[in-house]
Design a binder for this molecule. Structure first.
Ligand code: HEC
Ligand code: HEC
Ligand code: HEC
Length: 115
């Protein structure tokens, strides 16, 4: 009986840890829906890895919450395209200048039209 309770508790605790760590990293990929420009597919986990888990590289501007960028633009806490200009494109351009591996800087390499 005691053993069963222990095992059930253990499984629950491990399950919770796995769930929390998966949640903690957020989505693998984030899609920015199409507006005037086609949608942007952002490889989130790949960036975490490339940037040695420096979450502040982006999250100093907006919290770790699904849909928060759109929400903050609506509340006028972020300007339209502020994330794009001050984070995405800025980092890619700076890194390119330094000769480091970087993501795209051309509009249509991020805003990819779906077939
Ligand atoms: C290169 C930019 C960037 C980096 C670095 C980054 N994130 Fe994110 N993160 C985003 C974007 C963009 C979103 C989506 C926000 C939205 O939906 O409006 C996001 C959303 C999230 C969310 C909310 C759930 C989701 O996926 O929508 C969590 C949790 C999260 N990030 C965790 C992290 C953690 C932990 C790190 C560091 C290990 C990290 N992020 C590093 C850009 C980044
Ligand atoms: C590195 C990737 C990247 C590049 C390069 C890029 N964008 Fe964006 N763009 C984004 C992201 C991410 C958003 C959504 C976040 C925001 O609004 O800041 C966005 C949002 C937008 C929006 C508002 C949403 C819409 O579709 O109406 C426009 C307009 C836009 N970009 C135009 C451009 C133009 C024009 C260029 C080239 C000069 C460009 N972008 C280059 C990533 C990129
Ligand atoms: C602090 C730096 C930094 C920021 C901020 C950043 N990136 Fe990147 N991005 C990188 C690096 C580094 C790579 C990987 C280059 C490589 O290894 O080929 C990359 C690669 C990419 C790629 C190419 C992925 C592939 O499969 O080749 C895309 C698309 C991209 N970034 C979009 C974005 C968008 C959208 C944002 C903003 C939400 C963003 N990035 C913010 C550094 C950054």
């Amino acid at each position: 009986m005691k053993k069963t309770v222990f095992l059930v508790t253990l499984i629950f605790v491990i399950g919770l840890a796995v769930y929390v760590s998966a949640q903690g990293k957020g989505s693998e990929t984030v899609i920015f829906e199409k507006g005037r420009m086609p949608a942007v597919t952002f490889p989130h986990h790949m960036h975490q890895q490339e940037l040695n888990n420096d979450c502040t590289a982006c999250h100093d501007l907006f919290p770790m919450k699904d849909g928060i960028i759109k929400e903050m633009i609506t509340q006028e806490k972020l300007k339209k395209q502020q994330v794009m200009n001050s984070k995405c494109v800025k980092c890619h351009k700076d890194r390119k200048k330094e000769g480091l591996a970087a993501g795209p800087t051309k509009c249509t390499d991020c805003h990819v039209r779906s077939k």
